[in-house]
Design a protein around this ligand. Structure first.
Ligand SMILES: *Cc1c(COP(=O)(O)O)cnc(C)c1O
Length: 401
């Protein structure tokens, strides 16, 4: 007997890349066109307008043929100079990674130590900024949700802390796994630079990076002396698409983006957020039930800080998270995220962001439950039933008003 040939769909429950809807895939299957053809130009123009609705901003948008790391770099080199000091509250692998990138770009960083299970208290940020009377700190690098830990931080509370300290530092926010997943309001929340990428909530393949910049960030840009060319905002602030993209535009990606934006705007952002919140809550109910056997728990301690797009499951010492992930992907046909950096081997992650519905989530949760059983990991059976109970109750509430 052999299980080596796989039939049916392979489930993708990684917290990026995420599933791409057929409508987006179809929109991308198109030959490249002349760069000055009105067809791609109109798509580009409308994408620049409509992505603003997703960031909830009236400010400037820059798009790059890049992943999230490219957008990170664009945000840093356009607003900072070598030697500038950045404050980086520690939320997990990605806050640390963005700080490391700043160091590699000759900036200096200072972290506020975190425990990878909860967000940094905004009061600590306020204190540090208030102590910086010479305004040496030029910016804060904040990851809205650290996808490694599934901890989400409160951006308005951080803005308030900066304002209370009366500090002029720029607020730079990574919304890579949160844009079109969790509420984000660039202008209302006073965010100076927001960064995202295409392959998470935006439901596209990897390959597009986005940076939104406030007028204050554009002012800082004029004085920032970091070396840059491809990323340079000044060169890209042009009406001609060849300059906007610093060369040929990624046309197929943009056709895909157009379709994805249409889908998000048709659903309505409030509905998009509520859908993610429901799927996340169902996942939490399931994991909390499995955890009654004492071998695993939700990594994010505080319910209010738990991410809507991904759930990190922390395992007891001696349980191999990498093995769970490998078996779930290779044998059960459901791809999960692994534990990163400090959590390497000690966790696995269930992604539930983007083009995700209840059936796909049930598939993932049942695949994980099967994997736990197969590997003899202690778990309380029936987690999937808890997810069903919750989602059905929500549906009934909605049906019965
Ligand atoms: C996915 C992710 C990134 C990295 O994005 P890439 O496209 O892989 O470069 C950065 N930050 C966060 C919070 C992420 O979730």
């Amino acid at each position: 007997m052999s299980y080596s040939v796989h039939r049916g769909r392979h489930l993708l429950n990684t917290p990026g890349p995420t599933n791409v809807p057929e409508r987006v895939l179809q929109a991308m299957v198109r030959n490249p066109m002349d760069l000055s053809d009105p067809v791609p130009l109109a798509v580009i123009e409308s994408c620049f307008q409509d992505i603003k609705k997703i960031f909830k901003t009236e400010h400037e948008i820059f798009m790059y043929a890049s992943n999230g790391h490219g957008a990170w770099e664009a945000a840093l080199v356009n607003t900072m100079s070598p030697g500038d000091l950045l404050l980086v509250p520690e939320l997990g692998n990605f806050s640390t990674g963005w700080g490391e990138m700043a160091e590699a770009l000759q900036m200096r960083t200072e972290t506020i130590k975190g425990d990878w299970r909860q967000a940094i208290d905004p009061e600590k940020i306020r204190e540090r900024l208030a102590a910086d009377t010479s305004h040496e700190i030029k910016g804060l690098l904040i990851v809205q949700t650290d996808t490694a830990t599934s901890v989400t931080c409160d951006i308005p509370a951080i803005r308030k802390a900066i304002d209370e300290a009366g500090h002029p530092a720029l607020l730079l926010v990574d919304t890579i796994p949160t844009l079109a997943v969790t509420d984000f309001r660039m202008d209302e929340w006073g965010v100076d630079v927001a960064v995202t990428a295409s392959q998470k909530g935006l439901m596209m393949p990897p390959g597009l990076g986005f940076v939104a910049a406030s007028p204050k960030a554009l002012e800082a840009h004029k004085k920032a002396t970091s070396q840059r060319r491809y990323w340079d905002w000044s060169l890209r602030l042009a009406s001609e698409s060849y300059r906007t993209f610093c060369g040929t535009s990624p046309q197929s990606q943009l056709y895909g983006l157009r379709a994805a934006l249409d889908m998000l705007l048709e659903e309505g952002l409030e509905n998009v957020f509520a859908r993610h919140k429901r799927l996340a809550t169902a996942t939490h109910r399931c994991v909390e039930h499995w955890g009654k056997a004492g071998a695993m728990e939700l990594n994010a301690i505080h319910a209010a800080q738990r991410a809507d797009g991904v759930t990190t499951i922390l395992l007891n010492e001696g349980i191999d998270g990498a093995k769970i992930r490998d078996v779930c992907r290779d044998e059960m046909q459901c791809a999960l995220g692994g534990g990163l950096r400090n959590l390497s081997g000690r966790a696995f992650r269930i992604g539930h962001m983007g083009d995700m519905n209840e059936a796909l989530l049930y598939g993932a949760l049942a695949s994980v439950e099967a994997t736990l059983s197969y590997l003899d990991v202690p778990y309380e059976p029936g987690g999937v039933t808890k997810a069903i109970d919750y989602l059905v109750a929500e549906r009934k509430k909605n049906r019965d008003g």
